[in-house]
Design a protein around this ligand. Structure first.
Ligand code: PEP
Length: 247
């Protein structure tokens, strides 16, 4: 059985004061029945790991470079994330695909390097509103999935997050049928490529305006193994009901 996962993406939010929220979350979930992952900005990874001690909450990065080291000013390597105590990394978020011109091929290269470094990779995919309206969603998701996911993927080192671009931070979400259609499609594509063993063990998250009010309905959809949450992961008060809905 796939263990559920509630993941938070803090994006470019948070200073050392935000560690208080992490501590609150950790204290209220000493022994969670689902996996918990928070991806704070890079500056907070090591302090977060230190603050959490032996808490069940995992800490992850929001990006890493595809090369292991070298002359890449401002970039962070997978090994550096590991060294800081991260166990996972988000890759290919639509904000990075848009603002940093990341392609599915560059996401795949980053994911390969991250997996080799021992990080769990949370690879993000999603269609734009125009692509959905043109009924191209499954074509877009199929292409992003096959190009962004490296051959080295397993049920342990790969998580795929379906994040429709138009749902991120907008308050809009797809219908349960639309989410279910994409998740069933991703599952069958993963099974076809990696075989039923690996294909069925990869966790599939939904992301895009997940909140306390809609979490349960989303988690009841087949092949939704949890959520990647942006805005509602920034405080313990907002993230706790989402975790509770998943547990
Ligand atoms: C995200 O950016 O990964 C995200 C899902 O954001 P939000 O939950 O704020 O829509």
């Amino acid at each position: 059985m796939r263990r559920k996962l509630a993941a938070g993406n803090w994006k470019m939010n948070g200073t050392s004061q935000s560690l208080d929220d992490l501590q609150t979350l950790s204290k209220s979930h000493p022994n969670p029945s689902v996996d918990l992952l928070i991806c704070p900005p890079a500056t907070l990874i090591a302090p977060a790991v230190q603050t959490l001690g032996n808490s069940a909450i995992h800490i992850g990065g929001q990006d890493c470079h595809h090369q292991t080291d070298g002359a890449h000013t401002g970039d962070i390597s997978a090994a550096m994330l590991r060294d800081a105590g991260a166990t996972a990394v988000i890759l290919g978020h639509s904000e990075r695909r848009a603002s940093h011109h990341e392609t599915s091929e560059s996401v795949r290269d980053k994911a390969r390097t991250a997996q080799r470094a021992g990080l769990m990779t949370v690879i993000c995919l999603g269609e734009s509103l125009g692509q959905r309206q043109a009924t191209n969603t499954l074509d877009i998701i199929g292409a992003q999935l096959s190009l962004s996911v490296p051959d080295s993927s397993t049920g342990e080192n790969l998580v795929v997050a379906y994040e429709p671009i138009w749902a991120i931070g907008s308050g809009m979400t797809p219908t349960p049928d639309q989410i279910g259609e994409v998740h069933d499609f991703m599952r069958s594509r993963l099974e076809r490529r990696f075989g039923p063993g690996v294909g069925r063990s990869v966790r599939l998250l939904y992301g895009g305006s997940v909140k306390a009010a809609n979490a349960q309905e989303i988690f009841d959809i087949s092949n939704v193994d949890g959520a990647l949450v942006g805005g509602a992961s920034l405080t313990a008060d907002d993230f706790t009901p989402i975790i509770n809905a998943l547990e």
